[in-house]
Design a protein around this ligand. Structure first.
Ligand code: AP5
Length: 226
């Protein structure tokens, strides 16, 4: 983590698949000038590039299970060392296990950094299947959309960059979403108690509309990085 400085904010977004971690991380990135680090995006890039890590991760991701801690921690460690991360980061989808949380603590300690806030996006499982099955993303800039909840102003054209290559993820189907929710409750939900014990846990009601959640998150983040 040589790129970071000790005052650079570190925010964590916790929540099950479809909770809105990516949607809100992109908004926080724009508002606060931080860098969104999504381990899901980093892993999908590794799969597309055909790296050893990507080859090992592909089938695991398609099954909706968690990729091994060793692979994910190595990918995150490398990305955190990039110069842009010295501005501060929003971790989206990491950590997802207690082993990953402890590894993050150790990485941050190397730079004298700390977690400013671990924010849990609280949602009902039942709503997640419809959120995920309606999701698509601009293939050019990564902006996320939804068939029902967040449509671009012009059908098929990205509001942010004008791109027209909209993509749907291979793991966004009802069966895999079920496995991803099981993995979340078994392996990731215990992190809520982990961060509560450290005094860094914040919670938001993520069943509200996207902009209302963003307003509530902005208040938490302003306080956490002050
Ligand atoms: P990852 O890419 O992290 O997926 P995920 O955690 O399952 O989360 P999602 O990206 O599906 O959802 P999100 O919370 O970002 O929701 P979004 O904002 O898109 O991980 C994929 C896989 O990679 C994992 O299954 C695992 O295999 C592997 N992996 C990744 N990290 C790992 C790690 N650390 N360790 C091990 N394995 C790892 O929103 C969803 C949709 O809902 C969008 O269409 C959006 O427009 C809409 N929406 C958002 N908010 C609202 C709202 N408030 N109301 C209505 N609609 C909304």
């Amino acid at each position: 983590m040589s790129a970071a400085n000790e005052n650079a904010p570190v925010l964590i977004l916790l929540g099950p698949p479809g909770a809105g971690k990516g949607t809100q991380a992109r908004k926080l990135e724009e508002k606060f000038g931080l860098v969104q680090l999504s381990t899901g995006d980093l892993l999908r890039a590794a799969v597309a590039a055909g790296t050893d890590a990507g080859k090992a991760a592909k089938a695991v991701m398609e099954a909706g299970e968690l990729v091994s801690d060793d692979i994910v921690i190595a990918i995150l460690r490398d990305r955190l060392a990039d110069p842009d991360c010295a501005r501060g980061v929003i971790l989206d989808g990491f950590p997802r296990t207690t082993v990953q949380a402890e590894a993050l603590d150790a990485l941050l300690a190397e730079n004298g950094q700390k977690i400013n806030a671990a924010i849990s996006l609280e949602v009902d499982d039942a709503a997640m299947v419809s959120r995920i099955s309606g999701r698509y993303t601009c293939g050019k800039c990564g902006e996320g959309y939804h068939d029902e909840f967040k449509q671009p102003a012009k059908d098929g054209v990205c509001d942010k960059c004008g791109g027209t290559d909209m993509k749907r993820r291979a793991d966004d189907n009802a069966e895999t979403v079920g496995s991803r929710l099981v993995a979340y409750h078994a392996q990731t939900a215990p992190l809520i108690a982990y961060y509560k014990g450290k005094g860094s846990l914040k919670t938001v009601n993520a069943m509200l509309g996207i902009d209302e959640i963003a307003g509530n998150l902005n208040a938490i983040v302003e306080d956490a990085i002050a």
